[in-house]
Design a protein around this ligand. Structure first.
Ligand code: SF4
Ligand SMILES: [Zn+2]
Ligand SMILES: [Zn+2]
Length: 303
């Protein structure tokens, strides 16, 4: 099939609109969508220092690539932050390191082993906690604390439309609506300088579109799924949602778009608890001790 725009050979068929596009037109479509998300939701302003939470996977590499392209002419400082969880055979940061070196993007790497004393693999041997629960709490903690130290004002992540549709449904199924109020292209229901705001420039792009973009722009190393992902709730929900999407195309877009319509109401009416300060690490939290410190104590990682 030929490209609907320029009639060259197409490389991708956008499923929702059933439009075929060539590499150049698809890249243009992708960048336009990111620029529009940044503009409409005011994700970035001129004084910002942007940190990108980079794992070396297709989503974060695409975020890094496109933000570097958009921001380099605007004099907005950009750096990458990587977390090495210590998962045997999974986390490989070589591709990311090479990309940052070639593009002169400062890269800061932090590991659970160095920061908490153990790799995630070791932590899982000494606790019955679910891997993603430990991993998520420590990752959020490290990204927030390290970003503050580096002078970062906004932290960009590679979250896409599929991720957001999954999270909206997960929160709904678990009756965790207050967590949904914090979703959206930019976080920060309460603007508190102790929280680095998260921005999601790829918010309205699907996983399939990002995979195609990463492939077409050589941003993809070989893909390895985390060995702990299969046991996660998200993974089951993802497979189920993919089945529904295959039968009823457009479902994921509808979930996210209808959520965006009710989100302002949700944020307004939500009884947000006052943010406290963790008595151990002084990070912001909803109780006296933050989740990271509680978990570290449970795993005997303190002292
Ligand atoms: S799948 Fe779970 S354990 Fe693996 S990297 Fe993601 S959050 Fe961590
Ligand atoms: Zn074209
Ligand atoms: Zn704490």
């Amino acid at each position: 099939m030929s490209c609907k725009i320029c009639e060259k050979n197409s490389v991708i068929n956008l499923p929702n609109s059933n439009i075929y596009q060539c590499r150049k037109c698809f890249n243009r479509y992708f960048e336009k969508k990111v620029r529009k998300t940044i503009r409409i939701y005011k994700l970035i302003d001129k004084k910002d220092v942007i940190g990108i939470a980079a794992s070396g996977g297709k989503d974060s590499m695409s975020t890094l690539y496109i933000l570097n392209k958009i921001l380099k002419h605007q004099n907005i400082k950009l750096m990458a932050l990587a977390i090495d969880e210590g998962i045997e055979g999974y986390r490989n940061l070589a591709f990311l390191k090479n990309f940052c070196k070639e593009n002169k993007i400062p890269l800061h790497t932090f590991s659970y082993k160095k920061e908490f004393g153990h790799t995630l693999d070791k932590m899982l041997k000494i606790t019955k906690e679910k891997p993603c629960s430990i991993c998520g709490v420590f990752r959020r903690y490290l990204l927030n604390t390290k970003a503050k130290k580096l002078g970062i004002t906004k932290l960009a992540t590679g979250h896409n439309l599929d991720d957001e549709a999954q999270t909206i449904l997960m929160n709904q199924f678990r009756r965790n609506i207050s967590a949904s109020a914090r979703l959206g292209p930019i976080t920060g229901v309460i603007q508190d300088e102790r929280f680095i705001r998260r921005i999601k420039p790829l918010y309205f792009l699907t996983e399939r579109e990002i995979a195609a973009f990463a492939f077409l722009n050589n941003l993809k190393d070989e893909y390895v799924e985390c060995p702990n992902a299969a046991v996660s709730y998200r993974c089951n929900l993802r497979d189920w949602l993919n089945e529904i999407e295959a039968k009823y195309p457009g479902t994921k877009h509808s979930i996210v778009n209808s959520f965006m319509e009710i989100q302002p109401i949700l944020r307004k009416h939500l009884d947000l608890k006052k943010i406290k300060t963790c008595k151990i690490c002084a990070e912001p939290c909803s109780q006296d001790i933050c989740q990271a410190c509680k978990l570290a104590d449970k795993l005997k990682l303190l002292n």
